[in-house]
Design a protein around this ligand. Structure first.
Ligand code: FAD
Length: 201
């Protein structure tokens, strides 16, 4: 932006805090300028299919700026720290990261855990061939069950609906219900599974 701007207050950063402060001060009648280092995030550019989105999450859609490395990012020295930065640089700040995350796959894991009583690992390792959605049945192979015995589960209508939704959204020919995107990884990563706890369902 060029030229002088007259304002009473300059707010640096258009994340959640900057937005709240700017809104509050502007509502009180002050002239507020909000300066943001990043651009507006184009949510329309986030791919709809989960496999592509997961792939981009290893790069430009990652929440860690050291991995993401897009124009508005700057390196953060974290070698000596066990804590890794998770921030968004752009209008919306960190909250924009939420919209870029693989919410639906993680949410579907949570749904299936809740609706079937299965362990998270059983859900993450399940294959399409384990399910017969016509008869609403999930046959868990002995190798994936802690007791080492084949386990037949009757699925509720809600669980069948979740599986149907997964089928529609998945564009991959993977045998896994929650396929991973990194070569050699059969299923969605454990850390992705851990996102489950954060995700709105
Ligand atoms: C992956 C992820 C998941 C999250 N999940 C949740 C959740 O489930 N629930 C929840 O409540 N919170 C969640 N959060 C946290 C929430 O997003 C943050 O608490 C919130 O964004 C903090 O707001 P903020 O404005 O303080 O900082 P930020 O959102 O980080 O905003 C700071 C802004 O300042 C800008 N900026 C920085 N330096 C400059 C500069 N020099 N000049 C101009 N602009 C600058 C940045 O580009 C950014 O836009 C999550 C965050 C992430 C990353």
């Amino acid at each position: 932006m060029k030229g002088d701007i007259e304002a009473d207050v300059a707010v640096i950063g258009a994340g959640a805090t900057g937005a709240a402060v700017a809104w509050r001060l502007a509502s009180a009648g002050l002239r507020v300028v909000c300066a943001e280092r990043g651009d507006w995030f184009d949510y329309a550019k986030v791919p709809a299919d989960e496999t592509t989105r997961e792939q981009l999450q290893s790069g430009p859609l990652n929440a860690n700026p050291n991995i993401r490395q897009v124009a508005a990012d700057y390196p953060i020295e974290d070698d000596a720290s066990p804590i890794k930065p998770l921030i968004g640089n752009g209008v919306g700040g960190g909250t924009s990261a939420l919209a870029k995350r693989d919410g639906q796959a993680s949410a579907d894991v949570v749904w299936l855990v809740l609706l079937t009583g299965a362990r998270r690992g059983e859900v993450l390792q399940s294959k399409w061939s384990d399910f017969d959605l016509e008869s609403a049945t999930w046959v868990k192979p002995a190798a994936t069950v802690r007791t080492n015995r084949l386990h037949r589960v009757a699925l509720s209508q809600a669980a069948v609906a979740v599986m149907g939704r997964r089928r529609e959204r998945s564009n991959s020919s993977s045998p896994w219900v929650f396929p991973g995107c990194v070569r050699g990884h059969r299923v969605i990563s454990r850390s992705s599974g851990e996102h489950c706890a954060e995700m709105p369902i």
